[in-house]
Design a protein around this ligand. Structure first.
Ligand code: CO8
Length: 257
């Protein structure tokens, strides 16, 4: 891959976006490489958790490639928008939790990619924002849809219409990120979360994520129905039998043998 590094060890896959001369900004090639890397890791039985980060110490992703967008007409913008949205859906629908290790600027499309991840951890120097309106465009990779769900409509309205950039601390205060840590501890913190997750039942993890995702916009009644059906279906699986038996037999469950 031209713009990505991928690695895996101890059940955790790491994808690093590497376009240092452009603050890891994303053109069509980066988007398509990212979609392939995620699809490969989702299909890889040795991987249970995926971490996404940017190379260097300045940027996670400074957005979609503005220079590439300047050359686009409406048809090209539609393709770019749809391809980017599909990539965010691959991430969001991953049955394996995806952790965004936000190591610097997460602006525009960069912030939107982090929104599609299941868990966001930021380094102290991270900066978040949806500055699209400053360019006369709008968030096109899910920002208008996911940001309000995560931080509420009032804050999303302000962030998107002002284009303000906010610090990691402010992102933590509004619930946009789960943790803020010194940059040197970012990957270890994400791996620690990943290792905790890896101890748990992979099927239960995947179905929990699916229930959260599928039920978010539903009425509480239909969301509860979705949840209870998924809950009941688990009782015919070896994983659930092992988890329940391990507790009763006072031993650790072995989910991934
Ligand atoms: N696109 C292309 N190149 C970029 C981008 C970007 N988003 N961000 C930075 N770069 C390039 C710069 O042009 C510069 O290149 P060069 O050396 O050739 O001039 C290089 O990276 C280094 O950047 P700076 O010199 O600007 O570095 P600074 O440390 O001074 O500033 C910033 C860092 C604050 C991150 C600054 O670069 C910046 O403001 N970047 C743009 C941020 C932005 O506006 N992002 C949103 C883009 S719009 C978007 O993401 C839309 C998503 C939805 C798409 C839907 C498709 C239809």
């Amino acid at each position: 891959m031209k713009y990505l590094f991928t690695e895996k060890s101890d059940g955790i896959g790491i994808i690093t976006i590497n376009r240092p001369d452009a603050m890891n900004a994303m053109n069509l090639k980066v988007v398509s490489e990212l979609s392939s890397a995620f699809s490969d890791m989702i299909a890889d039985n040795d991987i249970g958790v995926i971490i996404l980060t940017g190379s260097g110490e300045k940027a996670f992703v400074a957005g979609a490639d503005i220079k590439a967008m300047q050359q686009m007409d409406s048809d090209a913008a539609l393709e770019f928008g749809k391809t980017g949205q599909e990539m965010t859906l691959i991430i969001e629908n991953s049955p394996k939790p995806v952790i965004a290790a936000v190591n610097g600027f997460a602006l525009g499309g960069g912030c939107e990619i982090s929104l599609a991840c299941h868990i966001r951890v930021a380094s102290e120097n991270a900066i978040f924002g949806q500055p699209e309106v400053l360019l006369g465009i709008i968030p096109g990779w899910g920002g208008t849809q996911r940001l309000p769900k995560i931080v509420g409509t009032g804050i999303a309205n302000e962030l998107i219409t002002t284009g303000d950039q906010i610090s990691a601390e402010e992102a933590y205060r509004i619930g946009l990120v789960n943790h803020v840590v010194p940059q040197g501890e970012l990957m270890d913190t994400c791996k620690k979360i990943g290792k905790k997750i890896l101890k748990n039942g992979p099927n239960a993890i995947a179905i929990s994520l699916n229930c959260i995702h599928e039920s978010f916009d539903k009425s509480i009644e239909s969301g509860l129905k979705y949840e209870v059906d998924a809950f009941a279906n688990l009782f015919s699986t070896d994983e659930t039998k092992e988890g329940l038996a391990a507790f009763v037999e006072k031993r650790k469950a072995n989910f991934r043998s």
